[in-house]
Write a protein that binds this ligand. Structure first.
Ligand code: ZN
Length: 159
């Protein structure tokens, strides 16, 4: 089956940054999957995969501008600790969503001081040139429900 719009694509890959450091390895976290052609995955990678089939292998280098964008200091937020009263546990690395001038964005706590919490809204891979060494492990039709939701359901479950 060829990869085209509306197909669920399963990939295994090792993702490295420009220093060769491993950012993600699907052998550890399980295959990555996405619905092709919805603009959910990196456009450059989707382009390479278009029309390919199970077993296809490639090494794809993605510059920041083609991937997760440049690192922006404007996406560093300092907020009072009192904003976090509802949280059970606050620690560096905690991901959460917050209402900002840019709308609701995902943030990650990078520093905790006595009074404030500093959070970073940059994607962890922002500013990095990343290299995918990937292999297509499977391709299947998306179900109607998956297309409606715009994401892959694992073993029939919506998550
Ligand atoms: Zn769903």
């Amino acid at each position: 089956m060829k990869i085209e719009e509306g197909k669920v694509v399963f990939l295994n890959f090792v993702l490295t940054d420009e220093k060769g450091e491993i950012l993600e390895d699907t052998r550890e976290v399980g295959d990555f999957s996405y619905i092709h052609g919805l603009g959910d995955f990196i456009p450059k990678v989707e382009e390479v995969l278009e029309g390919k089939t199970k077993g296809f292998e490639s090494k794809i280098v993605v510059e920041p501008a083609e991937g997760y964008g440049d690192y922006s200091e404007e996406l560093i937020y300092e907020m009072p600790k009192s904003d976090f009263e509802g949280f059970d546990d606050i620690y560096v690395g905690l991901d959460f969503q917050a209402e900002t001038e840019e709308g609701v964005i995902p943030l990650s706590i990078v520093e905790i001081t006595d009074e404030t919490i500093i959070a970073d809204g940059n994607h962890p891979f922002a500013g990095k040139t990343i290299t995918f060494e990937l292999k297509v492990s499977d391709v299947r039709e998306a179900t109607e429900e998956e297309l409606e939701h715009g994401h892959v359901h694992t073993e029939g479950h919506c998550h």
